[in-house]
Design a protein around this ligand. Structure first.
Ligand code: AMO
Length: 442
């Protein structure tokens, strides 16, 4: 008999069907055995009546997480037992036959109960099966899919960026060394150089892939491996276009989340943000003047935003500008990577931006330097050796249009959308200084 998904059972009242899935819970009541069965689409209650001898024999062995194939009759529940607000709350599966597909050892605790983060992470192959985890990672999968759909629809070509690279793109200290090769190689901190090269090929490109950062500290917003959603586009007139297109993606994402994930947001007690058609934009200098004026603490001399400033600006944007998002633009050249385009009026500032959302930076983006000589000069200014970047520089030797792009951290976006404080809980298999699957100290 063909498998029926649990979400569709209500369309089969009075019929015999086969479902496949896991035992979620078992409850014995006298001669009756009740189960909740679970598959990817939801849960349903099943019952073994005393006269179903062979089902009873198998059913009495079952425990949570055993994998089964169950043949049964879909019955309407009597009115007094109906739970209308619950999925399948008005039906029940009268179990006729059970085939065990796989046994499971006794579970360490009931799936879905609150446990501390370390226990949760130690047991991910089990704990990820909980409704809460499934909701988080369904939302995450939807964010990534929406990225593909949106940029695909805007004429962007997806590409796979390499993860093993010669020199680090961001020019920072936080890159991992790989010692296998003749020269020390690195794990990519971002697809930056490759997405720029690919603009020379397809004009508009995007990539979704893992990147690696040897962050020194274990914080609630840093991972050593995260998923970067990157785009890069050619023939722009200004970096405003990059903010516009990211804005467009976020509007599209909120529509998709409302359509497909409202139950997941409700389960996690989170709200889908309303994304303004034009997210407010403020230069770093104006932001610092504002923070100084409102808080009395002078931050106008600082080259960057501190986490507390990011939080302050987000509260301001929400309360005064009616937006959960705010773009902060024109960071100092000294604080931005070598490839960032300089502001024409004041080259000590860049034509780049950060996007802040609910207290945290989720994106960095910018127009890039596209002129070969300017790029080489910028590298030298940053004390980088252009020779080391000669491979990448070919793209500019052979002609590159004005271009720009952004990188959006998937896990940070997921966490902030869902009101999760620690980014690790919005990461499927988080790696940090203390843990790669198991605690490293063990
Ligand atoms: P940046 O280094 O700012 O920019 O990274 C872009 C976005 O990636 C996320 N992110 C992180 N998420 C989790 N753990 C980390 N350690 C971590 N580091 C960064 C954040 C951040 O906003 N090449 C540029 C992008 C560009 O200009 O196109 C870059 O990588 O959400």
């Amino acid at each position: 008999m063909t498998r029926i998904y649990i979400k569709d059972l209500a369309n089969h009242i009075g019929q015999e069907v086969t479902i496949k899935g896991w035992v979620d819970i078992r409850r014995d009541q006298g001669k009756l055995i009740f189960f909740d069965f679970r598959d990817v689409t939801g849960k349903v209650q099943g019952v073994i009546l005393p006269n179903a001898k062979s089902a009873h024999e198998v059913g009495s062995k079952l425990r949570p997480e055993w994998v089964v194939e169950v043949k049964g009759k879909v019955n309407q529940r009597p009115e007094k037992n109906a739970q209308k607000e619950k999925q399948n709350g008005t039906i029940e599966l009268e179990i006729l036959e059970i085939v065990i597909l796989s046994e499971a050892v006794e579970t360490p605790f009931e799936l879905g109960i609150d446990v501390n983060v370390d226990t949760h992470l130690d047991l991910l192959p089990f704990t990820l099966r909980s409704e809460k985890s499934k909701a988080i990672f369904k939302v995450q999968a939807t964010i990534a899919r929406a990225f593909r759909e949106y940029f695909g629809g805007e004429g962007f070509t997806e590409f796979q960026a390499p993860k093993l690279i010669g020199d680090d793109a961001e020019g920072g200290a936080n890159s991992f060394d790989v010692t296998y090769f003749k020269h020390i190689a690195h794990l990519a901190q971002s697809p930056q150089l490759y997405k720029q090269i690919m603009v020379g090929v397809f004009e508009r490109v995007f990539a979704i892939g893992n990147v690696y950062r040897a962050e020194k500290h274990s914080t609630t917003r840093h991972l050593n491996e995260y998923t970067s959603m990157d785009m890069e586009m050619g023939f722009i007139d200004s970096f405003e276009e990059i903010m516009n297109i990211e804005n467009g993606y976020l509007v599209y994402l909120s529509e998709i989340l409302n359509k497909e994930c409202s139950a997941d947001f409700a389960l996690l007690k989170a709200s889908i943000p309303v994304v303004p058609a034009k997210i407010p934009r403020m230069s770093l200098r104006d932001a610092q003047v504002l923070i100084t004026k409102e808080t009395g603490k002078d931050c106008t001399k600082e080259p960057d935003l501190e986490p507390e400033h990011e939080r302050w600006l987000c509260t301001y944007a929400q309360e005064k500008l009616g937006s959960d998002f705010i773009f902060i633009t024109n960071f100092p050249t000294a604080k931005r990577p070598f490839y960032t385009f300089r502001n024409k009026q004041d080259p000590t500032y860049t034509d780049g931006f950060d996007l802040l959302f609910r207290g945290v930076e989720i994106t960095t983006g910018a127009q890039r330097i596209h002129n070969y000589n300017d790029l080489v000069a910028s590298m030298k200014e940053k004390k980088l050796d252009p020779e080391k970047f000669s491979y990448y520089l070919q793209a500019f030797k052979y002609g590159m249009p004005p271009h720009g792009g952004f990188g959006l951290g998937l896990e940070r976006l997921t966490a902030k959308l869902l009101g999760i404080d620690n980014v690790k809980e919005a990461t499927l298999f988080p790696r940090d200084i203390n843990r790669i699957d198991n605690l490293l100290s063990k």
